[in-house]
Every structure is written in structure tokens, then in C-alpha cells.
Write a protein that binds this ligand. Structure first.
Ligand SMILES: C[S@@+](CC[C@H](N)C(=O)[O-])C[C@H]1O[C@@H](n2cnc3c(N)ncnc32)[C@H](O)[C@@H]1O
Length: 185
């Protein structure tokens, strides 16, 4: 049985944040997760937990409508790069960033996060399945600086020890935020 991202999130609700490993199948090898936005309150918490500083660079791998990169730029004065594989979402998000006057601070890229160079990132944000995090893990280990932080909404990075975990209720369901430090994982 294949479960949609929505089903997985519903399962997460039922299990209050526990991730059932067998439930996380996503069949298209080119995509790490379907489009499913992080609530704004969770975005704020992710960037706060990562302690994003002015001038730092935030990468959102699978940026969707750009809410994480836009928040990083506006509220945290960071530079931000959003990578989005789906062309139509990329076009919409790029247009939105331009309309907000953020094109100098926020770059939206139409590409595959699995092969994009994430080396310049100080902070990487993820809202992808645990199985997708697993596919990204070698690249995170190879490319990120020791000072970099990785912050993941709802889905853990297996085998890494989080520096902090925060559970919050938003829109009637529990959301988990996992913070990892590359030099202490
Ligand atoms: C669950 S949404 C998260 C969107 C945003 N990061 C947020 O938290 O609101 C995942 C996004 O990743 C994109 N995506 C899936 N696989 C990808 C890949 N290999 N490279 C880049 N983007 C990808 C999807 O199209 C979707 O927009």
C-alpha cells in the first residue's frame, strides 16, 4: 500500500509525532515529498531554533511556496535559497519573491535537491519524508560546514542525535521540529 504525504501526516497526528517507519513510502524517485506547506508558526519556530543570524544563508530543500525562505529573509535578515523540483511551483514562488521585492535576498532554483550544491548553507530546512531525509543524508554530511544546522519539520533524520526537539500544537495537530548541529550529530 502506498501512502500519500497527507496520510503520513495524519498518521503522525494519531501517533503524536512518532514516525512509523513502514508508513513512509513515496513512489516517485524524482520527488522527495509532495507539496504540503509548513504552517507559518512552525516555520517561525524552525528558524528560531536554528538561531538564524543576519547575513547567514538558509537553504530550503523543496521550498514549495517559499514561505521558509521568505521568512528567513524578512524576519531573520538572512540570504536564502529555495530549491523546488516542480516547474509550476517554482515559477509561482519566483514570481512571488519578485513581487515582494526580495529577489536580491532570496534565490529560487528549479532543480533537484538531491544533486544541488548545498555547501554554502549555514542552515538547511527540510519538510520531507524520513526516507527522503535518508537519501539526502550523504550530501548533508559531505557538503555542509561543521557549524551548519539542519532543521526538519515532523520527519527525523535517522541515526542523528538532535540538539533540540520541539513539539507544538498548530491547526489542531501536533508538529515536531528536530534541530541537528553538523558538529554534534
Ligand atoms: C512538503 S513540501 C514542503 C514545502 C516547504 N519546504 C514548506 O515546508 O512549506 C515539499 C516540497 O518539496 C518539493 N520537492 C520534492 N522533491 C524534490 C526534489 N527532489 N528537489 C526539490 N524539490 C523537491 C515538492 O515539490 C514540494 O513543493
Amino acid at each position: 500500500m502506498n501512502l500519500s504525504f497527507g496520510n503520513v501526516v495524519a498518521l503522525l497526528c494519531l501517533t503524536a509525532g512518532a514516525v512509523p517507519g513502514t508508513a513512509q513510502k513515496f513512489t516517485n524517485p524524482d520527488t522527495l515529498a509532495p507539496s504540503y506547506p509548513t504552517p507559518q508558526a512552525v516555520v517561525d519556530e524552525m528558524l528560531t531554533m536554528a538561531q538564524v543570524k543576519p547575513g547567514e544563508t538558509v537553504y530550503d530543500l523543496g521550498c514549495g511556496d517559499g514561505r521558509i525562505v521568505i521568512t528567513a529573509a524578512r524576519q531573520f535578515k538572512a540570504h536564502a535559497v529555495g530549491i523546488e523540483i516542480r516547474r509550476e511551483i517554482y515559477e509561482r514562488t519566483k514570481t512571488k519573491v519578485a513581487a515582494l521585492g526580495l529577489s536580491d535576498q532570496v534565490q529560487i532554483v528549479n532543480g533537484d535537491a538531491l544533486v544541488y550544491d548545498i555547501g554554502p548553507a549555514d542552515v538547511v530546512t527540510l519538510y520531507l519524508l524520513t526516507s527522503s531525509n535518508e537519501r539526502l543524508k550523504p550530501e548533508l554530511i559531505k557538503s555542509l560546514k561543521p557549524t551548519a544546522r539542519v532543521v526538519s519539520h515532523d520527519f527525523e533524520i535517522h541515526g542523528w542525535k538532535p540538539a533540540a526537539v520541539h513539539k507544538m500544537m498548530v491547526e489542531g495537530r501536533p508538529h515536531m521540529v528536530y534541530l541537528y548541529r553538523m558538529n554534534a550529530r
